[in-house]
Ligand binder design. Structure first.
Ligand code: MRU
Length: 362
């Protein structure tokens, strides 16, 4: 995707020094565009934990490169296989909710299984991290090709009038490597010249919507409007939303969708107003081992200061009085019954075990 007219991915290996990895610093966007270099395992771990990179697919790919960087700095103090296992287990603790983290780390672990030679382990780890990156690009591209059909149908139904799409958080290319999940159908529709307009939830407390999604859409020239998190229901009651598309950090095999806090309330409003509510996700965001999202998905609780202060251009301001208690839940679960359909790299399916298993047999 494009930033200031130049094509970027969110993460890439440095051609001049392959033992480093570059990322876009998402803490600074949209007011400053800055590239950071990761040199060690702990650089990658910290980048995930402090949300310099964020978004489920990007967290996974950063973790994969992090395992590679760990091997680059291996000093033989402990046996190689033990070292790989320790680093893989540690990396999984960086953030709890997005299952892509465990998915990518397990892929790395499998690739490195039984390898005893350090140089070979390094080579294989690099190759696998690059493969996982490409896989996520291909998944998002394919999600876009399937999802755009929904927008095309709505556009036809509206005889070419603007299709209004609401999205929450940033499930855009910044959350992935390229294209995004929820935004891929939007970018494909834009490329096809379909009239679209995007309602962007600001997504408190970290404002991934107003800071990141709005930034992406501006850079790509897609018409959009930022709204506060509480506006969507009102717009739906007035026929101003034709479609809701969001991403997911973890979806059960029965179609319960975990995504950024506030997604559930949008799904309720969409259900009440007969607005189609779709979730776009790659197979790396499915947790096929669980069936009950509300009971089984770990919900990240983040620092109180993210709520207590608002950060933006010009600095930080306190918006909660000293002494008030603060709770900062990062994600919520939307039960499958509220989800119209799931857009995956293999096609669109119903949000239930039967629908999902027709696309993902295992
Ligand atoms: O806390 P974040 O910014 O990592 O959360 C991201 C989201 O919730 C996205 O909507 C989700 O990861 C889907 S990403 C394609």
């Amino acid at each position: 995707m494009i930033i200031n007219g130049q094509k970027f991915h969110t993460i890439w290996s440095d051609g001049n020094n392959q033992e480093t990895v570059k990322i876009i610093d998402q803490q600074k966007l949209p007011f400053e565009f800055s590239i950071k270099t990761l040199k060690t395992f702990s650089d990658s771990y910290t980048a995930i934990k402090d949300m310099t990179v964020r978004g489920a697919p990007l967290i996974g790919v950063t973790a994969a490169y992090g395992i590679y960087l760990a091997l680059c700095n291996y000093n033989s103090e402990i046996p190689l296989q033990k070292f790989i296992h320790l680093k893989c287990d540690e990396m999984k603790t960086a953030r709890p909710t997005a299952v892509n983290l465990a998915f990518a780390v397990d892929e790395m672990k499998n690739t490195l299984k039984n390898i005893e030679e350090w140089d070979l382990a390094k080579q294989l780890a690099f190759k696998k991290a690059e493969e996982l990156k490409q896989l996520e690009i291909d998944y998002c591209n394919s999600i876009g090709n399937f999802g755009v059909q929904l927008i095309e149908e709505l556009s036809k139904k509206k005889k070419g009038e603007t299709v209004n799409i609401l999205t929450h958080c940033n499930a855009g290319w910044l959350a992935c490597i390229d294209w995004g999940t929820a935004t891929a159908p939007i970018y494909k529709a834009h490329e096809k010249g379909i009239n679209i307009h995007v309602w962007v939830d600001e997504t408190r407390p970290r404002n991934q919507g107003s800071k990141l999604t709005a930034f992406e859409l501006s850079q790509m020239g897609v018409d959009h409007t930022v709204i506060t998190d509480n506006t969507g229901g009102h717009l739906m009651q007035h026929g101003m939303v034709d479609l809701v598309v969001v991403g997911s950090d973890r979806t059960t095999r029965t179609g319960d969708v975990c995504n950024k806090i506030g997604t559930y309330l949008k799904a309720l409003a969409a259900f009440d107003n007969n607005v189609p509510f779709y979730v776009a996700l790659p197979s790396s965001s499915f947790d096929f081992s669980i069936t009950d999202g509300i009971k089984e998905i770990p919900i990240e609780k983040r620092e109180a200061n993210e709520v207590k202060f608002m950060e933006g251009k010009g600095g930080k301001a306190q918006v909660v009085p000293d002494g008030s208690k603060i709770a900062n839940y990062g994600f919520d679960v939307t039960p499958a019954r509220l989800v119209t359909g799931i857009i995956t790299e293999k096609g669109i399916c119903n949000a239930n075990e039967e629908g999902i298993s027709t696309l993902f047999k295992k």
